[in-house]
Design a protein around this ligand. Structure first.
Ligand SMILES: Cc1cc2nc3c(=O)[nH]c(=O)nc-3n(C[C@H](O)[C@H](O)[C@H](O)COP(=O)(O)OP(=O)(O)OC[C@H]3O[C@@H](n4cnc5c(N)ncnc54)[C@H](O)[C@@H]3O)c2cc1C
Ligand SMILES: NC(=O)c1ccc[n+]([C@@H]2O[C@H](COP(=O)([O-])OP(=O)(O)OC[C@H]3O[C@@H](n4cnc5c(N)ncnc54)[C@H](O)[C@@H]3O)[C@@H](O)[C@H]2O)c1
Length: 465
């Protein structure tokens, strides 16, 4: 059994821990590979944020005829060359993943890369299923950055049909005529946009009445209304069975009108993700997990087991790359400076959904403020009420702000509309640095007539004491 100073499991955000300060540490990195190509580098790079946003941009371009129509510009979408679109994305990504692996394996003399599934056999001791057979390794310190994977719901017949998840759907051989998307969360909303813009008929099936129901209700209601205009939206449904057909799948649903059937060529399951703690058998190492399988960590990312840290999707309630990266920097510091540990900061975690329209959000929703009894005021500014909104002829987007009426400090910000993930950034900054709404609105210039005037006007609209 080989003993190391440090073992890192998972090469998503875990891969970024090692820099020149670890040059004299003897380190093992373990990676089983993600997606259909068992790639190096984790979810975001290979089957998550990065490829999806490359497809989203392509979908936005393919949607140009729709926005042109409002402006008196007649455009036509002539051709969608799916193999070319797909190969542009993965031509770039596969190369980055391969070179990332080569760098760790061949150019880091202090690092040993194990390619296989790791599983605890004792505290800080793991068995790795490498192609050459199982190997046991141990270390003084272990970092668990092993992420999560898609959840497959227990629908009768699901094991007899070919279905896709976000791990496989981006590498489809050809585009189907009709795709059924199960799930109305982030992944469902982003892929519905991608595939429908590329000409695929999309049916979206959800259990609740609203798409993206965790967003502020005003945002979620507006998105649901717009989703129903673009896609065959089936909310308030339960799946009662699924079976193969000659050309794809047949899904049986139970909904407000009773039983119904949807048939399509491709079924995309987008019903949430679960942490990979079970694959690691964390119990064998005395590492505590919560009921949902997330590894329990303290504010310095330490687990309940001595010398073991966790970060990212395997332990965080926020399954977001910028959070995994933040926690990775905290773990990195705490490995190097155990006497002066730093804490993760989860106060103002923003997120964005890159669908059509786009959504971005940070802080409390109005519903959360009410539930928690937080005194607040709100202001809503339509894109249609600012000059750039007129330029775009936008009639559906808005920004909604929540603030403390006595201090003017922002409590939450929610934007639905063009470039929402970019437009929201000054609001995230104001919350992180404690800038009050009035100082923010009037203490700086806002470029006229640019899109951030949406934020300026929303700030000025807050009825502060
Ligand atoms: C379709 C999709 C789109 C997304 N889009 C965005 C976005 O736009 N913005 C955003 O912020 N977030 C997005 N996310 C979320 C983001 O990808 C994750 O939050 C982030 O990648 C988590 O990083 P991580 O390092 O915790 O885990 P991962 O990147 O998942 O890395 C974990 C690694 O551990 C390996 N592993 C697991 N178990 C073992 C084991 N037992 N032995 C060896 N290796 C193991 C895995 O193979 C994997 O490579 C998206 C996710 C998906 C699925
Ligand atoms: N832009 C981004 O930052 C981005 C994009 C994609 C994914 N992600 C991350 O990945 C995570 C996982 O995404 P996701 O969309 O799979 O999860 P999600 O939790 O956002 O949505 C899953 C949805 O599926 C529903 N559901 C569960 N079981 C179902 C069933 N049997 N039938 C129908 N619906 C069912 C849930 O109620 C929920 O609405 C997200 O929470 C997010 O943190 C982020």
């Amino acid at each position: 059994m080989r003993h190391f100073d440090l073992i890192i499991i998972g090469t998503g955000s875990g891969n970024a821990i090692l820099d020149e300060r670890f040059a004299d540490w003897d380190v093992a990195v373990v990676e089983k590979g993600v997606g259909s190509h068992a790639s190096y580098g984790g979810t975001c790079l290979n089957v998550g944020c990065i490829p999806t946003k490359m497809f989203v941009h392509t979908a936005d371009v393919a949607n140009a005829p729709r926005s042109g129509e409002r402006l008196g510009v007649g455009l036509r979408l002539d051709e969608v060359r799916w193999p070319e679109i797909r190969d542009r994305v993965f031509g770039r990504i596969d190369t980055i993943a391969e070179s990332g692996k080569r760098f760790r394996r061949d150019e880091n003399p202090n690092v040993t890369l194990y390619e296989g599934l790791a599983r605890f056999t004792a505290p800080r001791e793991l068995s790795v299923e490498t192609p050459g057979g199982p190997t046991t390794i141990s270390a003084d310190r272990v970092v668990l950055a092993a992420g999560g994977r898609p959840v497959i719901p227990e629908i009768p017949g699901i094991d007899n049909v070919d279905y896709h998840t976000s791990d496989s759907v981006m590498r489809l051989e050809r585009l189907p005529e009709h795709m059924i998307i199960l799930g109305t969360g982030f992944i469902g909303a982003e892929f519905a946009h991608i595939f429908s813009a590329l000409g695929v008929r999309v049916t979206m099936v959800g259990r609740s009445g609203r798409v993206l129901r965790n967003e502020d209700t005003d945002v979620s209601e507006r998105f649901t209304e717009l989703a129903a205009r673009q896609w065959d939206l089936r909310p308030n449904r339960r799946e009662t069975g699924v079976e193969p057909t000659e050309s794809g799948v047949r899904l049986h649903l139970d909904g407000p009108e009773g039983a119904e059937i949807v048939e399509g060529q491709t079924l995309l399951v987008a019903t949430g993700r679960r942490p990979n703690s079970d694959l690691l058998d964390t119990a064998a190492a005395g590492i505590e997990t919560a009921e949902n399988g997330k590894i329990k960590v303290d504010s310095t990312q330490r687990t309940s087991a001595e010398g073991v840290w966790a970060l990212g999707d395997i332990s965080s309630d926020h399954e977001l790359k910028h959070v995994a990266n933040h926690e990775e920097r905290v773990v990195q510091h705490n490995l190097l400076h155990p006497e002066e540990p730093v804490e993760s900061d989860h106060r103002f975690v923003p997120h964005a959904v890159f669908s059509d329209p786009q959504i971005a959000s940070v802080g409390l929703t109005e519903q959360q403020a009410v539930e928690r009894g937080v005194r607040h005021v709100t202001a809503t500014q339509d894109y249609g009420g600012i000059a750039y909104g007129w330029a775009m002829e936008d009639t559906t987007g808005f920004a909604k702000l929540l603030a403390d009426p006595s201090t003017g400090k922002l409590l939450g910000a929610h934007i639905i509309g063009p470039q929402a993930p970019t437009v929201i950034q000054p609001l995230i900054q104001a919350m992180a640095f404690g800038i009050d709404a009035r100082s923010m609105a009037r203490g700086q210039y806002w470029i006229h007539p640019a899109m951030p005037e949406l934020v300026e006007n929303a700030l000025l609209g807050l009825p502060l004491d």
